[in-house]
Ligand binder design. Sequence first.
Ligand SMILES: *Cc1c(COP(=O)(O)O)cnc(C)c1O
Length: 401
Amino acid sequence: MIEPNNSIPFNKPFIVGKELHYISQAVLRGRLAGNGYFSKKCEYWMQEAFKANRVLLTTSGTAALEMAAILANLEDGDEVILPSYTFVSTANAFLRCGANLKFVDIRPDTLNMDETLLEDLITKRTKVIVPVHYAGVACEMKTIMDIASRHGILVVEDAAQAVHARYKDDFLGTIGDLGAYSFHETKNFICGEGGALVINNKIFLERAEIIHEKGTNRSKFFRGEVSKYTWVDEGSSFLPSEIISAFLYAQLEEADKITSKREAIYRYYYKALKPLSQKGYIQLPHCPEGSKHNGHMFYIILEKSKHDRDHFISHMNRSGIHAVFHYVPLHTSPMGRTFWNTNQRLKVTEDISQRLIRLPCYYELTRDDQDKVIEKINSYFSNSWQRSLHREASLSGAESC
Ligand SMILES: *Cc1c(COP(=O)(O)O)cnc(C)c1O
């Protein structure tokens, strides 16, 4: 589809500085396979900036979650607790390793896993809890870590959306035993497709390197710790090429600039839409005291039914503004229904998933474009909302006769 020139996309990949220069440097260095100069630069950068024990670049956030699932050493029937309101990869990574998935409902304020429901879901077979930091807003990590350590359960943070965001003094992804980042083109720092595994618990360091290098001890060999390299464990090709890492490194170098820009976009939407939330038309995102989000996403939650959302999205689309919704809760999806008893409802997840709308949010989004989005939202509520209020008023009028 050819977009009209004045349309505002939902997302737009961007270049912030030296991406293309670094790609040509990678070529000139004469080595494009993974685990080279730029891959190491990215890994060291994150280890320093996020105070992470060890970071391994991967081909995607999905691949990082898959590595975490392999490291968790699950046996058939072991249980993994995760939200249903998340991207499919959070679930797939563990499902592929034979896990029994236990979905937990979300909190209505942050849309993150409701930590108060965890204890009731834990059984002798629970091996992993997977907090997903939705929209780059931190889950209640202190409570989650306390519960996990009391029961001897691993914590794998799905921090795909939360790179550079914080829970108190800690960067997200560095708190659990393992963390997963994504650099997909829709995330904050991008390289097309890419990700990273953050290894916080030292017991996973050695095996993570092996799984990362196709099940061989190649990393040890290059450090001179073994005299030849060979097949020692299961693994796959989880490492991205130097072309990808070179692009990513240029973005990481500008992390502060990228994050401040996104935070400014978030604040601008928030301030402009506050009056609509005060009137009770919409709910705005919430970031708990002490946490710092990374401006990954700006969403609004309509106060009424699903019908309103389709109507709202087509109202925006008609002016070339691409607002979108997500997620279809995993427990109600065709795949989820193969193992989830549909009588087991997740009330907040089901409710929110029908009312949430994501607004255009990307590094190059201009104030002018944000103003257009805001103006269209306001016009929706001043026209359509008023019409429906009139309708309700006349209906209730009929009832009282
Ligand atoms: C984007 C995302 C992933 C997957 O990352 P990819 O790099 O696209 O594989 C996993 N979990 C969540 C919550 C995400 O938003």
